[in-house]
Design a protein around this ligand. Sequence first.
Ligand SMILES: Nc1ncnc2c1ncn2[C@@H]1O[C@H](COP(=O)(O)OP(=O)(O)OP(=O)(O)O)[C@@H](O)[C@H]1O
Ligand SMILES: [Mg+2]
Length: 342
Amino acid sequence: MRAIGLHLFCSVKGGVGKSTLSVVAAKLLAKRGKVPVLVDTDMLGSSLADGLALCAPVVAETAAGLLDLEAQPTGQWFSLSETRELRQRRRDWLERNEDNETPFDSAVPPAYLNDALHYLVPDPRHDCSVAALLWKHETKDDVWYLPSSPLQVDAARAAPHAVGAGDDYDWIRRLSWVLDGVLEQKPEITDIVLDLPPGTWGFAHQILLLAGHLSRNNPLPAGYPNWSKRICWLVNPFIVTSRDRNDRIVAIEYFIEVRSALALLPLCNRLSGTPRSLRAEIRRDLPKALQALGIEDLLRVVPELPHSLGRIFTEGNVVVEEEEEIAKALRLDSYRSREGSS
Ligand SMILES: Nc1ncnc2c1ncn2[C@@H]1O[C@H](COP(=O)(O)OP(=O)(O)OP(=O)(O)O)[C@@H](O)[C@H]1O
Ligand SMILES: [Mg+2]
């Protein structure tokens, strides 16, 4: 059975560091010899390609200059400046074609997660060539990236639920097949990191429940990939909070709400005080009955790091100097301990 790490970063509030920690987790996994793919599922937020120096793959095109989503990977990537130019061209192209009834494969480069999601699968055992759509960082970091498009019109095409027009479940099923495609087409992949949209409702909530099923190796309903016989999922799910008490309390409520479905790990990011004082505050916040759960002992912390994590999106990359501390908070050396036990 193939063991795949599945790292998820969710939050109640926006802007608490999900994307930053997702990128850092993927980079540190790669440094540990793993082969991670980072999937940006925040369809309405800014794209990972907005903040990082990512280079788009060269995807074969049809005679009409559209992406050929069934073509094999070309093994080539655009430069960063070519990628930026293409992103602008795609924006212009979609604005011109917004009102048209467009078939599934009608988009122009660069390819995003949106294109894989929007591909209508004629045969669910045969997905598009997801492996051909993976991006790379300009500076080699051995992480595969699958960014989403920042364009609203792209979100409406590929993720109707995100604009209130579709069903979360359909989208999650589709995402599951895209992930299955990556795993099938790139057997070297060992880990998937999911950067989830902010909020603990809708899509983010459903995907966390799916992760709960995967962590118990439950068979999935009909229509989903049949993973229970092929893949042992090592689920490593975080709910990221800020130091802000309002955010923290709601995050802990959510942690308790889903506790029987998924063992989320609360993670306080950008901590400026001591972990000890934060733990004491959390204990005080909780009613007596809930103090028995020992939530504060599960709590992980990442400190305020203005010179590394604080610069990630302004510099387009991040060099993690506090590697040991962050790897420990993100369980990067211990999440595989269940491997082989199922
Ligand atoms: N530990 C840290 N120390 C200092 N700055 C940090 C830290 N973690 C994140 N940041 C900064 O916080 C900002 C917000 O982070 P990020 O974009 O990752 O949050 P997010 O939860 O993904 O936001 P959104 O909900 O909008 O997707 C970024 O500018 C990042 O540089
Ligand atoms: Mg984000």
